[in-house]
Design a protein around this ligand. Structure first.
Ligand code: FES
Length: 158
């Protein structure tokens, strides 16, 4: 059966064209990539955020076929345990989580923001992350982590 190809975390992936599944279902169920979380399933909470060609996107509402030929990056592909992405490192350093369910979305949305805008204002950060819901109220630590990530990324290029 003819399928379609995409790239996930730098690896080629082939899926059946008939597959009626969301990108999130394919990532979690078929590829065992459990960084992106299932929260609302309606595109409203941000827990499932991945990068599609570097842009933050909600994997729960994107049909898998919608990313035909695209490059998808999940939390697992952002960095590794041995060499975390600066945003991952900053969230670890600041212990910016309580239950941690929103963290995938916060990290991925922050990575997308800092890739296109390396030194955003507090207002921009707040606006960018406003669609990522944290019900524990860890917003102060999250903002601190984003600012630490900015510093880490600046130090990397210096
Ligand atoms: Fe995708 Fe909530 S699970 S936005």
């Amino acid at each position: 059966m003819p399928g379609f190809a995409l790239t996930v975390n730098g690896q080629p992936v082939q899926l059946e064209a008939s597959r009626q599944a969301s990108l999130l279902q394919v990532l979690r169920n078929d590829l065992a990539l459990n960084g992106p979380k299932y929260g609302c399933g309606l595109g409203q909470c941000g827990a499932c955020t991945v990068l599609v060609d570097g842009i933050a996107a909600r994997a729960c509402v994107i049909p898998a076929e919608g990313v035909r030929g695209r490059c998808v990056t999940t939390l697992e592909g952002l960095g590794s345990r041995a060499a975390p992405h600066p945003v991952q490192q900053a969230f670890i350093d600041e212990q910016a989580a309580q239950c941690g369910y929103c963290l995938n979305g916060m990290v991925m949305a922050t990575a997308a923001l800092l890739a296109r805008e390396p030194d955003p204002s507090d207002e921009t950060i707040r606006q960018e992350l406003s669609g990522n819901l944290c019900r524990c109220g860890t917003h102060v630590e999250i903002l601190r982590a984003v600012k630490r990530a900015i510093r880490l990324m600046k130090a990397e290029v210096a």
